[in-house]
Design a protein around this ligand. Structure first.
Ligand code: EPU
Length: 421
């Protein structure tokens, strides 16, 4: 298993190109199932989750080819609706094929993704919505078998906004008879990006980017050419890393509006965020930061996917900050690892109390999920001495060549073969 060796204390400086968003790329690939045609997706990040989703599409009979940052998906003649368990197990987002498979074949067999390290993550909201549209789900040996000869438009009110749930239902709704209204829908930019792709495929959708989305279903969709949005979480991760090292970086190709909640909190912490006329975003700052409280929330609130990274930053604040995680029940596993680096973090239920310290010290730390891994890497960049981030498998699921990008900004970071399997 590979690990990252980081010698902390180098300032990050320079320009960084933000990659395409993993969480927009995954539903876009799933949406290709809806058409009996070729779809070309641009700005696709080269990360392991995207590769896994491509393998899943291939197992369903699609032909998938990558040319640089473009992925061509040919779903002509697809006949499979069974998503193999070993591929679904690799990645929770595989559940995204459920809606499009039902739309295209009237049936889907998808293994349940199960819990994961950030907590129990049920898919009841996806299933209940599809049931309202006429689907008949049955759980057989840990697999959701869904039959639906006729999808019928419905008024669906989500008990709470769910990103992949909204995406699944949105895709199914394009094939439903009549109108489907999604209320309390997720408003994340990645959901809107999927809706724009569906429109390019010929779907009729209103209310994109709002919490009430209307889909007039039943149209035959066709292939499309679509460029996915840039990764706001990757951009935010590098912005925090730059500030923690006392650096000064320019983020290219990212829509600043997608990160308003992060910029507000970073500014309170004393970091300078400037948007240039060209659209580039300049980030500069250095510890100690002013302590800032954050509470994660659905978009446009503070993203749970940046909570771990922000916690690392607050370790170097002058005073105590409180970080409240409202989206996932168990997303504080990075706290104990940060404590191994000298941080002073106490977890009580959904709150993390972070007492700032003057500096972090290098240590061997183990990452438990994608964003936790990112927080340990950026803590390592700012820490004294050497940090070894073990089990970087998670990191490669969602960050494109993170070690190379950080090295280009001046970090002393190396990917090496680690011990163990
Ligand atoms: N929920 C339910 N029932 C459901 C669906 C969700 O109770 O049927 C709950 C979840 O347990 C959670 C909350 O609703 O407490 C919100 O979960 P959501 O469904 O929005 O999350 P998701 O769709 O599974 C996506 C991203 C996550 C990101 C969350 C929140 C993708 C592929 N994944 O997950 O990304 O954290 O939205 O923004 O889009 C990551 O990239 O590291 C990552 C975990």
């Amino acid at each position: 298993m590979q690990e990252l060796k980081i010698r902390g204390g180098r300032l990050l400086k320079g320009r960084i190109h933000v990659s395409g968003a993993k969480n927009a790329a995954l539903p876009a690939l799933a949406a290709c199932i809806l058409v009996d045609d070729i779809t070309v997706l641009h700005n696709m990040p080269d990360v392991r989750d995207v590769t896994s989703m491509c393998q899943l599409l291939e197992s369903l009979g699609a032909s998938v080819n990558r040319y640089g940052d473009a992925i061509h998906v040919d779903t002509r003649g697809m006949t499979q609706w069974h998503a193999p368990h070993d591929l679904v197990r690799k990645m929770r987002a595989s559940v995204l094929v459920m809606g499009p498979l039902i739309a295209r074949f009237g049936r889907a067999e998808v293994a349940l993704p199960g819990g994961c390290t950030i907590g129990n993550r049920p898919i009841d909201l996806h299933i209940n919505a599809l049931r309202q549209m006429g689907a008949e789900p049955t759980l057989i040996k840990g697999e959701e078998h869904i039959i639906c000869e006729r999808l019928i438009g419905a008024r669906i009110h989500f008990d709470r906004p769910t990103v992949t749930g909204t995406e699944n239902v949105l895709m199914a709704a394009t094939a439903a008879e009549g109108e489907t209204v999604l209320e309390n829908a997720a408003r994340e930019p990645e959901v809107a990006d999927l809706a724009h792709l569906l429109v390019a495929m010929g779907a009729q959708i209103e209310g994109i980017g709002t919490d009430t989305i209307r889909v007039s279903g039943g149209r035959t969709l066709h292939g499309a050419d679509h460029s996915i949005i840039s990764d706001r979480i990757e951009a935010g991760t590098y912005a925090i890393a730059a500030a923690m090292t006392g650096g000064d970086i320019v983020l290219e190709s990212i829509d600043s509006l997608m990160l308003t909640s992060l910029w507000a909190k970073m500014t309170h912490a004393g970091v300078s965020i400037r948007e240039k006329a060209s659209g580039d975003i300049c980030v500069s700052g250095c510890p100690p930061f002013a302590p800032v409280h954050i509470t994660t929330a659905e978009y446009p609130g503070f993203p749970t996917d940046l909570q771990a990274q922000f916690m690392a930053m607050m370790c170097l604040a002058k005073g105590e900050s409180v970080i409240t995680e409202n989206i996932f029940e168990d997303r504080f596993k990075h706290a104990s690892e940060l404590n191994r680096m000298g941080a002073d973090i106490v977890i009580r239920g959904r709150n993390a109390f972070v007492k700032g310290i003057p500096y972090l010290s290098g240590a061997a730390v183990t990452a438990s999920d994608l964003r936790a891994s990112a927080s340990l890497v950026i803590a390592g960049l700012a820490a004294r001495d050497e940090t070894r981030v073990l089990r970087i498998y998670h990191l490669d699921r969602g960050y494109e060549r993170i070690d190379e990008k950080l090295a280009c900004l001046g970090a002393d970071i190396k990917r090496v073969a680690g011990e163990g399997p």
